[in-house]
Each structure stands twice: as C-alpha cells, then as structure tokens.
Design a protein around this ligand. Structure first.
Ligand code: SF4
Length: 357
C-alpha cells in the first residue's frame, strides 16, 4: 500500500512508449525503475489510441495521471523567446503532470487525459541548451527575468519536482545550469520533492514555489503539496543553493480573497529566514481559464468551477491557437492588481515583484 505522498501521487502501472525506446539509456533507466508496469508500444507519444482525444477518459482523469507514464523522443528542439518569467522556454524534457489543478493549461493541448510524458533523449536536449546559452554570450542589460543570467524555463509543460520522481532528467538539467556561467534554469512547482535537496544547484536553478491561500488551494490544486509544507521547504532550498522565488498564481478573485492573501503573506513572513528573504522575488499572475477546460472539469470536479468560472467578472478572448480563454475584465483587473501589490508591499516589503499580470 502507498504510504508516502510521492507513492500516492505516482503508481505507474502502464507505460506507453515509442518504438525502439530502449536504445536510449534514459528510457532503460526509467523502465527498470518501474519493472512491474505493463509496457505498450505506440506509434508516437502524441498518438495513443484510447488515451488522448477520448472523451470517456475524463472520468479517469486522476487515475490516468497516477497510473500512466508515456515515454517518447523530443523531436524538435527549440528555445522559444519568452521575456515574461524567463528569457527563453527550454525545449521540454516532459509534458503532462501527475497533479490535477483545475485551472491547469497543460491539458488544453492534450484532450481528455494528461499523464506525464517523459522525453528520453536528454543528452540531445542538454547539448542543445548548452550551445544555445553559449551563443547568447553575456547578458548586456538586466531585465525583469534576471539582472545577470539568461533564464530558461525548464518546466513550462509540467512540474519538475514530480518529473524528478520519474527520471534523472531534472537532476541533469540542474547540473547543467550549475556549471553554465551565463544561464539559469527556472521552474514553478506545487510539489515539495526533498530529493532535490541532494542535488548541487550552485545558484544555477531558480525554484518558484507556487502559493495561494490554503482554502482556495484545497479546492483547486488537487494532488499538490499543501501550502504550509511548500512554505516550510523554502529555507531548505535556499540553503541548498537554489534561488527561490514565489509564484503567486493563479490569483483567483472571490468574496474575501484579499483576507486569504493577508493570512498567507503573514505566514510567509514568519516562516522565512533572513537569507531567504534577501533573495526573494515573485511573479503575480491572475487567473486565466478556458471554455473547453471548463467543460472537461464539469465532468470530474465541478465544485472548483464555482470559483474559476465567473462570467460576470470575466471577459472572453480567443487565443492564438484558437482556444477560447476567459480572464478578469481588464478594467477591473487593473484594480485587483493594484490591491494585490499594495498588500504585498505592506506585508512583504522585501519581496521584489518581477511582474504582475
Ligand atoms: S502542478 Fe502545474 S502542471 Fe501540474 S496540474 Fe498543477 S498547474 Fe498543471
């Protein structure tokens, strides 16, 4: 029987994999790590009959996240310019997630199931990143991402703390950025994986712990580490040599929302050491939700939709990929952002805001 949070989160019983996957050493390591899992060969990690695109799988939303792992090869390697939280989005070493936040944008691209896919050609990805960072040279001017280093987001499509339970990809990335002189890895996380405290980041990795008031988190952040445990981990990560920032995201507006954030900021202030406070910064991201995801969520977790889907407060916007997103009306959102940042400045004056959106 599973006993630890990690065991409850991930109990891989089925591994879908691309053909000839065992020619990659990382794939062999992962298969050895889950020896009892049933292995099913599939034409491609994106083409898994019966998993993606199958509306019936909404009922098994969480079970698929817990039991299924997909192994594939990342074909196109590009670092996309970003400029908001990071300078570049690194080519992903995974996508999908074993946690189940109701607002998560990752499954929008995948249809009705979203287990972890791990990419096993890690050597190629590391080589690409090293060459890409080398070509950037020294960062000429500070920007909102970082005053000194080029920042690469390594966890855009999942959660690296959980990925680190599947394979050594995250350790390899932390090692790489620990030795690159001009670049830093960065990822947001909602899971505390203390195995990462055995790595040697040497200041080259920024962990952004995602935080929101615990009551709201309990409703919408399913399968994640409780907020008090995330806060309690911050000092340890700073001591180990990570840069630790806070990702206040998503900020969800509801009755009494600012009281919840007041309590959270007080908690953070009382928990952090001076060393953690000195290096602190944050990003603030108000909720963006999505019409298709709303429909999916109604099939497995309708209660969360009561706070996420608020048409009377939100406006609709068609995304570049054609999806129908909803976010707080821009006129009122400006007001919410001002309220939030004023509260933050009063409660955590040492916490620099990298950006608020
Ligand atoms: S932890 Fe991140 S990637 Fe995972 S479900 Fe939540 S929002 Fe999505």
């Amino acid at each position: 029987m599973p006993t630890t949070p990690a065991e409850r989160l991930l109990r891989v019983t089925t591994i879908y994999h691309e053909p000839d996957i065992d020619k990659y050493p990382r794939a062999v390591q992962i298969l050895d790590h889950f020896p009892a899992a049933q292995r099913i060969e599939v034409p491609s990690h994106q083409n898994i009959p019966g998993l993606y695109g199958n509306e019936g799988n909404v009922r098994d939303w969480v079970r698929n996240k817990r039991d299924v792992l997909v192994l594939g090869v990342k074909k196109s390697l590009t670092a996309r310019p970003n400029g908001r939280s990071s300078d570049f989005i690194a080519p992903s070493t995974s996508n999908g997630c074993a946690m189940a936040c109701s607002y998560c944008y990752v499954p929008r691209r995948k249809g009705f199931a979203n287990p972890i896919t791990t990419f096993v050609n890690i050597e190629q990805i590391l080589g690409y990143l090293e060459r890409h960072a080398g070509r950037q040279g020294v960062k000429a001017e500070p920007n909102q991402c970082d005053p000194v280093d080029w920042v690469y987001d390594i966890g855009e499509n999942g959660d690296c703390s959980v990925d680190a339970m599947v394979s050594a990809n995250v350790r390899d990335l932390v090692d790489l950025f620990g030795r690159l002189p001009n670049a830093k890895a960065s990822f947001a996380t909602k899971f505390v994986n203390r195995d990462l405290l055995d790595y040697d980041p040497r200041g080259g990795t920024r962990v952004r712990f995602s935080l929101m008031p615990q009551d709201t988190s309990k409703l919408v952040d399913l399968r994640t580490t409780p907020i008090p445990e995330r806060i309690a981990a911050i000092n340890d990560f700073v001591e180990t040599g990570y840069e630790v920032h806070l990702n206040f995201s998503p900020v969800i507006v509801h009755d009494g929302w600012l009281e919840g954030w007041t309590t959270l900021f007080d908690h953070i202030d009382s928990a952090l050491t001076d060393a953690a406070k000195r290096q602190l910064a944050c990003e603030i991201i108000f909720l963006t939700h999505n019409a298709e995801l709303h429909e999916v969520n109604l099939g497995w977790h309708p209660r969360a939709e009561e706070v996420l889907w608020r048409p009377e407060l939100q406006e609709r916007k068609r995304s570049q990929s054609g999806q129908l997103n909803v976010r707080y009306r821009s006129s009122t959102k400006r007001h919410y952002i001002a309220q939030f940042t004023q509260l933050l400045a009063a409660k955590l004056p040492y916490c620099r805001v990298r950006y608020a959106f």
